[in-house]
Design a binder for this molecule. Sequence first.
Ligand code: ADP
Ligand code: MG
Length: 295
Amino acid sequence: MTATKKTDKPPAVDTMPSGTTSGTPQVLLAHHLKQLKLPTVLREYDKVARECARDGVDHPRYLLRLIELELIDRERRVVERRIRQARFPAVKSLDTFDFTAIPSLNKMLVLELARCEYILRHDNIIALGNSGTGKTHIGLSLGLAACQKGFSVAFTTAAGLVHQLMEARDERRLLKLQRDLQAVKLLIVDELGYVPLSPTGAELLFEIFSQRYERGSTIVTSNLPFEDWTSVLGSERLTGALLDRLTHHVSILTMNGDSYRLKQSTGNRRPEATAEQNQGTGDTVDPDTGEITEA
Ligand code: ADP
Ligand code: MG
C-alpha cells in the first residue's frame, strides 16, 4: 500500500471517533474507508482523481472507476484466500499441462471438467494411472479452477486425510472435522493406493466418501485400477460400498503412459545423479533450460 504524502501532520486515526467532523477530509476518508473495508478505494482514490481530472471524466464515472477497481481487487483477494485454504502442495494449472504427453487422457473431458459444472451436480472425478503421469497435476489444476470459479476446495492425500481423521478421533473432534470436510464443495484426495490403510483408517475414509455422496464433489487419484483397491482398503465389502458411492456419478480420467518425470529427467540428458535426485520429490527438470521446478 502506498502511503499518501501529507504536508500537515494527521491526528492519530485510531483515536478518531467515527462520525466526527473534525480533522482533514483525507484523514477522515482514510478512517471511514478502512472501516468500510475498501482498501483499494483508499489506495487509488487520489491517483484516479488526478487521472479523471486530466481526462475530464465526471464524478459518477470517477466513482464507478474506483468501485470497479475495488470489486476486481476484492474478487482477487477472495480467490487467493480460497487457494490458501485449499492447502495445495503447489499451484498448478492446465496452462502448463502438456496433453500430447499423455494420449490416454481425454483432453476435451478435462477442459469440460475445468468449467466446474460437475461441482454443481455433486459429481465425482477419479484419475487412474501409473506414477508420474500427471494425476496430481490434473487434480491441482481442477482444484485451482474450482477456486477461481468460487467453490471452496480442500486438497489432501489419502494417507494424510486418514491421519487427520484418526488424530481428530483421538482428540474427540472427529465430528467437527467430518462436518468441515462435508461442507467443502470440492474435496481432492490424492494418491489413494500408495499406502495400505488400517481397518479403522479405511472405515474413516469410507465415512467421508459416504457423507459426501450426492452432497459434494470428490476427486480421487490412484495408481491402482479399481480391482486392486481392496488391497488398500482391506475389506472387499468396504471397497464395494465405497466404489458404489464414488462411481455413481463419475468422470473417469484414464492416465496410463510413460512417467513425465522420468521422461523429463532422461530427456534433458543431465548427469544420472540429477535424475535420481528428482525422483521421489516430484520435481521436474525443464529439458531446455535444465531448471528444476518444484512439484
Ligand atoms: P502423478 O501424480 O501421476 O504421479 P504428477 O502430477 O505428480 O504425477 O506429475 C509429475 C511431475 O510431472 C509434476 O511436476 C507434473 O507437474 C509434471 N507433469 C506430469 N505430466 C505432465 C504433463 N502432461 N504436462 C506437464 N507437466 C506434467
Ligand atoms: Mg501424484
